[in-house]
Design a protein around this ligand. Structure first.
Ligand SMILES: [Zn+2]
Length: 263
């Protein structure tokens, strides 16, 4: 049994049986890990209440057949305040969703771990504009995953958006991963993958560019801007989620139940 030590952020923490918890962690060294912490919910557990979702922990575990088994945990940052504010928690939940959506398998990407850590840090440090952090996180994450959204030129004719935005509305085409000009959209209207494109204003494109370019701790959106930005960001993430199906299936819970049910 290979024992290992790693650092991870708890994405999900599910009750299992009388006293155990099944955890999803995004770890610095091995990407997504599913593990079980036994006896965690007993009052005298050596873990205490230390495995809250979003906490950043250092842990010792050994590899199990389906789930790794956590034997020791130390909390490095609990990100307690992120869980205390409903809007803040909602933004963090969106970030967790994006990580699960864009992480294909067990590939390790230390940049994803770092981005998630800094985004949680940015959420905890502020009192407003949580949505901006969530959207900036998802955009930056999509770039790390290799799905850089085209926000400077039309994805089809490659004309500079700054020069054509005066012609009228622009469109976001999730399957093409970027913005389409009105002319290209009308030219290829019935041609498959642009079918679910939707209109967006040049102002929203500028906001998206700003979220990509700014350090995550500095991003901001006004309340009226959040909805249209969120629509683009979630459509972009969803269009590039491997298989898309991982999102609707709770694969960890299912796997856990199957293999851990007492014989
Ligand atoms: Zn075009």
């Amino acid at each position: 049994m290979a024992v290992y030590k790693s650092r991870g952020i708890v994405l999900r923490s599910i009750r299992y049986g009388e006293a155990d918890r099944i955890l999803d962690l995004y770890t610095r060294d091995t990407g997504l890990v599913s593990a079980i912490a036994k006896g965690i919910r007993r009052t005298k557990s050596r873990f205490g209440g230390r495995l809250e979702p979003l906490s950043c922990v250092e842990f010792l575990a050994y590899e199990g057949r389906t789930l790794d088994i956590v034997t020791q945990v130390e909390v490095l940052r609990s990100f307690h305040d992120v869980r205390e504010d409903l809007k803040c928690l909602k933004a963090a939940s969106g970030m967790v969703w994006a990580v699960r959506a864009l992480s294909g398998g067990d590939e390790a990407d230390r940049r994803v771990f770092n981005l998630l850590y800094h985004a949680l840090d940015a959420l905890e440090a502020r009192e407003t504009s949580f949505e901006a952090v969530g959207s900036a996180f998802a955009l930056k994450l999509s770039i790390l995953a290799g799905y850089n959204p085209r926000l400077d030129v039309c994805v089809s004719c490659e004309r500079d958006l700054a020069q054509i935005s005066s012609e009228g509305l622009l469109y976001f085409a999730p399957p093409l991963g970027g913005v389409l000009c009105a002319w290209c959209r009308s030219e290829s209207r019935d041609a498959g993958p642009i079918g679910d494109s939707f209109a967006l204003s040049p102002a929203v494109v500028a906001l998206l560019q700003d979220l990509v370019a700014s350090p995550i701790r500095d991003v901001a959106l006004e309340e009226g801007q959040e909805e249209s930005v969120r629509r683009v960001v979630s459509a972009h993430v969803l269009a590039h989620a491997p298989g898309n199906t991982a999102l609707s299936r709770s694969h960890l819970t299912d796997a856990g139940r199957r293999t851990l049910r007492p014989a």
